[in-house]
Design a protein around this ligand. Sequence first.
Ligand SMILES: *[C@@H]1O[C@H](CO)[C@@H](O)[C@H](O)[C@H]1NC(C)=O
Ligand SMILES: *[C@@H]1O[C@H](CO)[C@@H](O)[C@H](O)[C@H]1NC(C)=O
Ligand SMILES: *[C@@H]1O[C@H](CO)[C@@H](O)[C@H](O)[C@H]1NC(C)=O
Ligand SMILES: *[C@@H]1O[C@H](CO)[C@@H](O)[C@H](O)[C@H]1NC(C)=O
Length: 435
Amino acid sequence: MKMGTSIFLKDKSNLFTKRLIPLTICSLLPITMLLLYFYHLPFSQAPKIEITNSKPIINITSHSASPPSSSYSEKKKGHQNQCDYSKGDWVKDTRGPLYNDTTCGMMKEGRNCMTHGRPDSDYLYWRWKPNECKLPRFEPNTFLQLSKNKHIAFVGDSLARNQLESLLCMLATTSIPKLVYQNGKDNQFSRWYFSSYNSTISLYWSPFLVQGIEKSNTSPNNELYLNHVDEKWAKDMNQMDMIVLSIGHWFLLPAIYHEGGTILGCHYCGLNYTEIGFYDVLRKALRTTLNSIIDRRGNKGNEINVIVTTFTPHHFEGAWDKAGACPKTKPYRNGEKKVEGMDGEMRKIEIEEVVAAKAKGNEFGRLRFEVLDVTKLALLRPDGHPGPYMNPFPFFNGVQEHVQNDCVHWCLPGPIDTWNEIFLEIIKKWEEQPS
Ligand SMILES: *[C@@H]1O[C@H](CO)[C@@H](O)[C@H](O)[C@H]1NC(C)=O
Ligand SMILES: *[C@@H]1O[C@H](CO)[C@@H](O)[C@H](O)[C@H]1NC(C)=O
Ligand SMILES: *[C@@H]1O[C@H](CO)[C@@H](O)[C@H](O)[C@H]1NC(C)=O
Ligand SMILES: *[C@@H]1O[C@H](CO)[C@@H](O)[C@H](O)[C@H]1NC(C)=O
């Protein structure tokens, strides 16, 4: 793998390298850099990361993505909603997306690939074909009908927002929502209202889901409080009918972890704390989050449905700040790529925690938890990222030495629209099987 070696800073020691849990460090660095870039930190604050020889540590084959089959109603046997949407292939589709930039006003700037001059458009003409069933094209009317009198909250990091914007753009082809609330840096807290349906869709920025302090110029580490849910979103939990959680990439960044009154350890923090990596931390954060939903809503209020969108891999192939960082223009075929390494481990942890919450939530009969398992779908779509087209016309003056690239988020329209097609199928299934 080609790496932007110039961005390795060798000044600090390799204090932590011996303790590093094996993970594919070379897939970690560009993301870290990208996030740093996004959050306006200067180069000099880049984390110190060294490459270690690493092997994937998980056993993907030992884990099934599908929920236990007993959770499905016997009556619906043979119904396509039993389908495992995570297994399949991207196939050519001439129909193209439901929307474009002129029909949707809710996109964050950097996702606007077509408008920013991305020259190829093949990436728009693929649909996901699950092995076991047909995934219907997104039906905005059906979604709106099913979200009548409901509040759906997207909570998490910028990929939660990416998914929310895809959903809003598709729904807006039927009914234009009204923006009723906006707050926070970069409008990280927003709310839209579909008056004909009395349905609300909202966005809550919470990259750890638990309480956290994001790093800043003066303190280079994130600080996470692993046994406290982040009240920035959780305070509104009683008004939510459905919560879509999406986290992951922020856990790769340098951080100090608090649990109870003590410091549990840290990750690349440059301080004299035990390096504990981020896998267990992700698990704890998710567990605290899902448990807080069970505690607060198990006995109270309407029924509540919770979806966890699984980790989506990035596709940096070269230096993040050079042209051609994620140059592919076609999906991988099924079989060409395996979910493995860090991607697989993040996904596995998320699925395991949802399965555990499902078991706990069953006692109450009014809580439902589901995984939106998109890791594989995402892995197969190296062509779906903005790359340099996160900025308008990046090559207007020719190819510059430094070209900022986004190989983490997704162009809109783009592959992430499919996440919402599967999301809708999950909601349809729930509708048929009241909890
Ligand atoms: C992976 O899981 C499979 C199926 O459960 C099992 O047969 C195999 O031994 C496991 N491999 C490792 C390395 O754990
Ligand atoms: C965007 O979609 C509208 C409506 O479907 C269509 O009329 C228009 O040509 C599209 N624009 C582009 C740039 O594809
Ligand atoms: C409108 O939706 C909210 C949930 O967002 C719900 O609490 C309220 O009862 C709904 N209003 C009516 C009239 O159904
Ligand atoms: C780190 O902390 C340990 C235990 O508190 C101490 O023994 C050690 O000297 C410290 N190392 C440094 C470099 O400060």
